[in-house]
Design a protein around this ligand. Structure first.
Ligand code: TYM
Length: 374
């Protein structure tokens, strides 16, 4: 029997998962459990790079794990664990920092987006409170005056960079460590993570060339819905933008959210105005959640102005609800015995750590250190 390839993926514990997380990642995690040797992680150390309420962290980790299980992960078929339970990730991340060019990190689209956001906030706050660190900031801005514009056309906001925490910059280095400490070759993620997986390959290549052949070159695996749009129809679905559909809503709440907040084609001002379904986000949702027959119904109803947008949204909400019903049922079951969630994570940490320690030993040896610390 040939050995199964190893697969790893993870999500931040940022509260209830949303439909983008499900269709972009979790659904294919479930589908791959029988094919690959799967490791699924709740990446709590990644989540500390932005401000958060420490009181909430344990609950967020618990909720994310419950969503993994409710979404269909089976702890008998895969390893489910929390990143901070396997501290070897952090050690490997530090080592990887030594083979990662600063310029490449500064060109990561997600870093630039987060940096812009953080800088806008920092600058806003410091303008309001008098900016005593102006000199430090402009020194740092000069030091970072590099070309950070890539294909995405985004620039790092140099005027605010001095105050952004460096965890935001090094975030994908830790992600590379999450993947490579298990020597994973397959990484199922949404489209926004592809650049980080490419960086992971570069890090593996650079480490192998400089020290020894320890790490495989991994591949991103995309689902059929790698970029689910938010209810606003403009941005990718994301909790931080508030345009998301959480997986843990009840049927009524979900129908209300979709019918009230999903933006439809603005051409349909009155019932008599026809629309262009190909440019309507609600029709895009029909493409994801409805049968071909219903898609046709929505298409014809829109172009012929024979149905209203509310009607069209209600139909799609019903289909989303039908998709989520089994997840809701499993969540209810799991919540009847919350202690088992902790047991699953403890067992997962044990299995994950055994693999992580072995890789770290090889890595330390490759560096010329003792494989096992004294
Ligand atoms: P995170 O927590 O932002 O998202 C988790 C997963 O959900 C996918 N996703 C989406 N897919 C489609 N449409 C959307 N609107 C959408 N929103 C989110 C993401 O692409 C991701 O797959 N850096 C990662 C977490 C991470 C990781 C790893 C992933 C840390 N270490 C190692 C893979 C391997 C992140 O912040 O994902």
């Amino acid at each position: 029997m040939t050995k199964k390839k190893r697969l790893l993926s993870g999500m931040q514990p940022s509260g209830a998962l949303h439909l983008g997380n499900y269709l972009g990642a979790l659904k294919q995690w479930v589908e791959r459990m029988d094919i690959y040797d799967c490791y699924y992680c709740v990446v709590d150390y990644h989540a500390i790079t932005i401000p958060y309420d420490t009181e909430q962290m344990k609950t967020r980790i618990f909720d994310a794990t419950v969503d993994y299980l409710a979404g269909g992960l089976d702890p008998e078929k895969c390893v489910i664990f929390v990143q901070s339970d396997v501290p070897e990730h952090m050690e490997l991340a530090w080592i990887f920092n030594a083979v990662t060019p600063l310029g490449q990190l500064m060109r990561m689209t997600q870093f630039k987006q987060k940096a812009q956001h953080a800088a806008a906030k920092v600058l806003g706050d410091s303008n309001a409170s008098g900016n005593e660190d102006d000199d430090v900031q402009s020194d740092l801005s000069d030091a970072f005056d590099t070309d950070t514009t890539g294909d995405d056309g985004l620039k790092v906001p140099l005027s605010g960079i001095g105050k952004i925490n460096s965890g935001l910059l090094n975030y994908p280095v830790l992600q590379a460590a999450d993947i490579l400490i298990y020597k994973a070759e397959v990484v199922p993620v949404g489209e926004d993570q592809v650049q980080h997986i490419e960086l992971t390959r570069d890090i593996a290549r650079r480490f192998n060339n400089r020290f020894n052949d320890v790490f495989p070159l991994c591949e991103a695996m995309l689902s059929e819905a790698p970029r689910v749009m938010g209810l606003d129809g403009v941005n990718k679905m994301s909790k931080s933008l508030g345009n998301h559909i959480p997986l843990n809503l009840g049927r009524k709440q979900l129908t209300k959210l979709v019918t009230k907040q999903a933006v439809s084609d603005s051409r349909r001002v009155t019932l008599e105005d026809p629309g262009v379904p190909e440019e309507c986000n609600v029709y895009a949702y029909h493409k994801l959640f409805s049968t071909e027959e219903e898609q046709q119904w929505a298409h014809d109803g829109c172009t012929q102005a024979s149905i209203g947008c509310f009607h069209c949204k209600k139909a799609v909400a019903k289909n989303i609800n039908d998709l989520l019903d089994p997840i809701r049922e499993r969540r209810e079951e799991i919540l009847k015995s919350p202690d088992t969630v902790n047991d699953i994570l403890a067992e997962g940490a044990k299995k994950a750590r055994a693999v992580a320690q072995e890789t770290l030993e090889q890595t330390r040896e490759a560096l010329g250190f003792l494989g096992k610390p004294r």
